[in-house]
Design a protein around this ligand. Sequence first.
Ligand SMILES: [Mn+2]
Length: 326
Amino acid sequence: MNEIIKLSILEKIKEHANIILCRHIRPDGDAVGSTIGLKEIIEASSPEKKVFIERDDENPTLSFIGDEGPVPSDDDFMDALVIVLDCGEETRVSSKRLTLGSCLAVIDHHIKNGDFGDLSWVEENRNSVSEMVTDFWKTFENELVLTKHAAACLFTGIVTDTGRFKFRGTSAETLRLSALLLEKGIDYETIYNNIDVKDFKDVSDHAYLMNNIKVTKSGVAYINITRKIIDDLKLNSQAASDSVTLMENIKGSLIWLVFIANEDGSARARIRSRFVAIEPIARKYHGGGHACASGATVYSEEEACNLLSDLDGALSAFKENNPDVF
Ligand SMILES: [Mn+2]
């Protein structure tokens, strides 16, 4: 089935002179790596085509990956193939102009949350869309050209979405495809240096946030980043988002999350877990994502408490049924 969809996507790429790639808002390494990677693959394979990356926002910490090129004009959308990568929800796509194109394809690995697109290649068990794009190139390697820089972009997407080959979804196939990327001669030490190094201010902000970790009765660890904390620390949104990783190694805390207050009184929750599936709970709170990594939004303090209590219940049940995990 996936082979047929991949072939259809290749056919659509061949049919269109203009191709516009989109991703999710607040892009991460996979969103940026997969879009730039696919852009370069198409450009290297068919230099006559025009390929754009459509975006409302950028991620400055990923600027080392390289230039994303000009944003397409409305005219560029005329008769264009639009491909959405790494985004399973139409409302989270980095474009309000999706309907301007002539055909919409989706390449994604999030748990399905509503259908959109004329053509959709979704594999929920894939660790990253960058891996899927690597697989796409490998499948059609007689027709598609993978440049060294495209390989570096895709490698960045894979290592960021897998937590350096650590998270669920990292498979033998992931390592085989990553090996093909390494064979292009990419400099992974520089990539790791770029994605792991933080500004001193971010480190010091994280030290403050670590001192504010709370733990629920069953062990759910969380940080509540209020508007006051954001203002006092002048906390940037990337450092706020990244703070969820501060709790990933606490013994017994198999679920952890950060609340990041929005200006309108709501709060974004970034939820992570080990072993325990939290996606259904995230979905209950206006979110979703992956089994062990999801986002949600709470619109009141009461809803935040309910989310915490649901996660606490899930962790408590998991611990009861799996006493040997610790
Ligand atoms: Mn992804």
